[in-house]
Design a protein around this ligand. Structure first.
Ligand code: SF4
Ligand code: SF4
Length: 113
């Protein structure tokens, strides 16, 4: 029983790693991830156009890093789970499409108090 579960998890891990490798090949290096611009005080890109931003359901995130690798804005960093910087997110939805655990959705940003 445990052996079967371990085999299943190993297969899932290999599939995730394969997908990450494929994404990196498809997109090449993502320079946006390496920038360290100061976004404080800026309005979210998505908010500026009246759009949506990506939101992570923390309980569903399995920390595979796929979303961080596909994000063209460099808006996702990995801590215990994926963390999305709403200031950088453009609401493109790539991370939603690629997340293997359906842990990300697009939502309308909350108004600042
Ligand atoms: S949000 Fe999804 S794609 Fe991103 S690390 Fe978590 S499980 Fe992986
Ligand atoms: S919606 Fe697009 S810009 Fe926003 S975090 Fe996901 S991949 Fe990045």
């Amino acid at each position: 029983m445990l052996r079967a579960q371990a085999d299943t998890m190993m297969a899932q891990l290999q599939a995730i790693n394969a997908r990450i490798s494929a994404i990196k090949l498809e997109r090449g290096a993502n320079p946006a991830r390496d920038t360290d611009a100061n976004f404080s005080g800026m309005t979210s890109k998505a908010t500026e156009v009246g759009g949506v931003v990506a939101v992570v359901e923390q309980n569903e995130c399995i920390n595979c890093e796929i979303c961080a690798n596909v994000c063209p804005e460099g808006a996702i960093t990995m801590e215990d789970v994926a963390v999305i910087d709403a200031q950088r997110c453009s609401g493109c939805g790539l991370c939603v499409d690629e997340c293997p655990n359906k842990a990300i959705c697009l939502a309308i940003p909350k108004e600042a108090p």
